[in-house]
Design a protein around this ligand. Structure first.
Ligand code: FAD
Length: 282
């Protein structure tokens, strides 16, 4: 276990990609020793469940790394959840990131779980052996009326059984630290990991920031504009940016850093090389 916590996120290979590409990702991360690797979940189709469970199993059994399986609530029923929990148990998964998920156009929600907290409460009640993680939003969730409202809802998530939070990406370290202070003042005491997405591609960084309602500070805007035509330079600059964020966050005493790997092990490895001594083996 590192102090602060150091964790990574990976996603199942896209449907048309060879399934073996996940081994390239995991082999590329070999030796980094994160405290856990979380595995994302699609929009709730049964193939998503299998993919998440299968990759989580690989992470745990073949690579010996703790894993957290994501699970989204919007398009699943209680029966689906029961089956998924069974699948997760068989895969050796003992931690779940309970999420609502986002609306998929043209698809009707199953209507059984409205919020991530409803799913967390159901798992907490029916399968209390699972450790529950939840998502939080340093600049407020895009649907919330205000950050304060979102934090009130975050407290409901914790009351429902979530004992560990992971934040959405952010590029303003100050915004995260202000959120952290507000969350603590509101009585949220569980560990809160800072989610870091290295800004290595100009268009997708701007798109994600706009979609998630996340500020792009001027200094990052300048970097993106300066290097948008030079992939290598932007990758290097993005790695430096993410490393600096981590440096500032660790200095401020955060509980942990969750790196969105985007299945780019070389980027993760270069960031880790910049910051590894800031994390001690506890
Ligand atoms: P919720 O906690 O339900 O929040 C959604 C909105 O409802 C917020 O505005 C909140 O304020 C409000 N709200 C919450 N609870 C209540 C309540 N009890 N009463 C009233 N209002 C409430 N998506 C995927 O599809 N797959 C993934 O694997 C995935 N992984 C993610 C990992 C992380 C770390 C993060 C931050 C996000 C991830 N997402 C993933 C995206 C996530 O599903 C979306 O951000 C989604 O819009 C909200 O999910 P949530 O679980 O935070 O929802």
């Amino acid at each position: 276990m590192h102090s602060p916590i150091f964790s990574l996120e990976i996603f199942p290979p896209k449907r048309n990609a060879p399934v073996g590409t996940i081994y390239d990702t995991l082999d590329g991360l070999e030796g980094l020793n994160p405290d856990f690797i979380s595995v994302t979940y699609g929009t709730g189709k049964s193939s998503d469940r299998t993919a998440t469970a299968r990759i989580a199993h690989t992470v745990k059994k073949e690579y010996g790394i703790e894993t957290v399986a994501h699970l989204t609530a919007m398009y699943v029923t209680r029966d689906d959840v029961d089956q998924t929990l069974e699948m997760f148990r068989a895969a050796g998964v003992s931690s779940i990131l309970s999420l609502r998920g986002d609306e998929v156009e043209g698809r009707d929600p199953a209507g059984e779980f409205e919020h991530a907290s409803d799913l967390a409460a159901y798992i907490h009640e029916t399968a209390p052996e699972f450790k529950l993680y939840g998502a939080c939003y340093p600049e407020g969730h895009f649907e919330a009326r205000s950050l304060d409202d979102d934090i009130v809802n975050l407290q409901k998530k914790v009351n429902a059984g979530v004992t560990h939070l992971i934040s959405q990406l952010f590029y303003s370290t100050d915004a995260f630290l202000e959120f952290l202070e507000k969350a603590r003042t509101s009585g949220i005491e569980v560990p809160i990991e800072a989610g870091i997405m290295p800004p290595i591609l100009a268009k997708s960084t701007m798109r994600m920031a706009a979609k998630c309602g996340v500020e792009v500070p001027e200094k990052l805007q300048r970097i993106l504009e300066r290097w948008q035509g030079n992939r290598d330079a932007l990758q290097k600059a993005g790695i430096v940016y993410a490393s600096e964020q981590i440096n500032e966050l660790v200095a401020a005493g955060v509980d942990g850093v969750h790196l969105y790997s985007m299945n780019h092990p070389r980027v993760v490895r270069r960031i880790w090389n910049n910051v590894d001594t800031l994390f001690h083996e506890a």
